[in-house]
Design a protein around this ligand. Structure first.
Ligand code: SAH
Length: 482
């Protein structure tokens, strides 16, 4: 069958792709694949062909003929335009199933693992009880509407057009009040929004962060100027909102897509907010409640500044780190290396159960924060190195013959550098715990480690990013005894 642009066809959606798009076929035409944005697995849809390639095509959803039994009403009105959530129309259990299959398929296709093996080592994915309002951080761009009034919202997918929406379904409930207040201050005192096209105007973005365990809220207004006009009027308003403990500005006068500039100035309150991450027991992980009793537990306190990196889903972070800790199997005698350690979150989480933890991270500000966090928690058996994991680790191994019982790695999406993996293999730790946000590079790296003396023992996914296609995985590998 020949397909051409503008043809209207009926497609059965059988799968979903890495961007959350529906993937389907036409009945009796199994060799040709269609990608349909906004269609979900199980839908039968009418679609219009937009672009034809050799054996696949992109089609636009025109009408849902038979909705999938997994289709739900999205919570957010803007979910189709906004680039933030891709799979809000899919029921949450089906989202978890989809993510499990995505990881499994990559481990089979790229990692070379068999389906039967994976079924034996994969534990059930850890979802959320409340898969909305989980984010502790939001960055809203500020712009203008048709009437020239300031608006706050989100960029439409793959554009810089701002959709006005102060009520994101993933963010903290307070965001809306903060934004409405900033917008009304801007109107009253004629403070202009920044215009990307001309590089003029003042207010670019609003960053809001909340410590879920402490209730502390930080507001940081990112401006294209050194000073915000009538700063004191804004702080007077904002500091009446319950929970706000930090108000600052960040200066960004560059014509750039990068949201934050390097310089912050405190207007009111403290320059950081704090949050606490508590360990969870294996029983608590098995029960998998979002909230759990933290009495009599020693958490780790983190100070978070506008510029520091911090996991955005604190509830799932507790579950994720607790699984990483369990997989590390620490008894108090181990030397642990935490590569790609950020502000030392996993390092500090493990330190109380290890002999010594060494962290390595490329961003020096993060290491400064990591050292402060260690001191704040009275943790002394940690040391941090600034540099690339693929340089620091081999150098120290060659020059000092460093040793590890356990190595934990939590790299960015591109995965681990070969030089880093090679050194891990040379160091022969008993266990490797791999935390990954990209299952394709994870699969590639696991393949290498399995070809070089390690075996995968346990695999578990944690859904840190409900309503989106992203998922985090934790893997425990063990050195094969010879
Ligand atoms: N484990 C931390 C951070 C994980 S994010 C946490 O859970 O909070 C990955 C981290 O790797 C980031 O902090 C990033 O700055 C750092 N990074 C990126 N490339 C790196 C490299 N080549 N060597 C060391 N760290 C790197």
């Amino acid at each position: 069958m020949e397909f051409k642009k503008n043809d209207i066809i009926t497609i059965v959606i059988e799968d979903m792709g890495v961007h959350g798009e529906g993937i389907g076929k036409i009945q009796d035409e199994t060799s040709f694949t269609f990608f349909v944005k906004d269609a979900v697995i199980g839908d039968v849809v009418e679609a219009k062909i937009m672009k034809v390639k050799k054996n696949y095509a992109y089609a636009k959803l025109m009408k849902i003929i038979t909705p999938s039994s997994q289709r739900v009403e999205p919570k957010c009105l803007y979910n189709k335009q906004c680039g933030g959530c891709q799979i809000q129309s899919l029921a949450y259990p089906a989202q978890l199933m989809l993510k499990t299959n995505m990881v499994k398929n990559n481990l089979i296709r790229i990692g070379g693992f068999s389906k039967a093996f994976l079924e034996a080592v994969m534990e059930p994915i850890i979802g959320m009880e409340q898969p909305f309002y989980y984010r502790n951080k939001a960055q809203f761009p500020i712009g203008v509407n048709k009437n020239g009034e300031p608006i706050a919202g989100f960029y439409a997918e793959r554009t810089h057009v701002i959709i006005s929406n102060t009520d994101c379904a993933l963010g903290a409930a307070e965001n809306r009040q903060v934004l409405e207040m900033i917008l009304s201050y801007m109107k009253q005192y004629h403070v202009s929004p920044y215009m990307e096209s001309t590089g003029t105007g003042i207010v670019r973005h609003v960053l809001i962060r909340k410590g879920f365990a402490t209730g502390e809220i930080m507001v940081c207004v990112i401006i294209n100027a050194d000073k915000l006009p009538f700063e004191e009027k804004l702080t007077q308003l904002l500091c009446t909102i319950k929970g706000i403990t930090s108000i600052s500005i960040n200066i960004n006068k560059e014509k750039t897509n990068v949201i934050m500039g390097r310089k912050c100035r405190l207007l009111w309150g403290n320059d950081t907010i704090s949050d606490v991450i508590y360990p969870r027991t294996p029983e608590e992980i098995a029960q998998n409640h979002d909230r759990c009793d933290h009495e009599n537990k020693q958490g780790i306190v983190f100070a978070i500044s506008p510029l520091s990196f911090y996991q955005v889903n604190p509830i799932q972070t507790e579950k994720l780190y607790s699984i990483a800790l369990e997989y590390a199997g620490l008894t108090g005698t181990e030397t642990v290396w935490d590569l790609y350690c950020g502000i030392g979150t996993i390092s500090l989480f493990m330190a109380r159960q290890a002999k010594h933890v060494y962290g390595v991270e490329i961003v020096d500000q993060a290491i400064t924060d990591a050292r402060k966090n260690a001191a704040r928690n009275g943790i002394q058996n940690v040391d941090f190195y600034v540099g690339k994991a693929e340089e620091v680790l081999p150098n120290l191994y060659e020059t000092k013959g460093i040793h590890a019982d356990v190595i934990c790695i939590d790299p960015p999406r591109k995965g681990c550098d070969p030089a880093c993996l090679q050194t891990i293999v040379k160091m022969q730790p008993k266990r490797v715990v791999y935390v990954s946000c990209d299952s394709a590079t994870l699969a590639r790296d696991l393949k290498y480690l399995c070809e070089n003396g390690y075996e995968v023992k346990r695999v578990r996914m944690v859904d840190m990013f409900a309503q989106t296609v992203h998922v985090e995985s934790v893997i425990m590998m063990q050195l094969v005894e010879k």
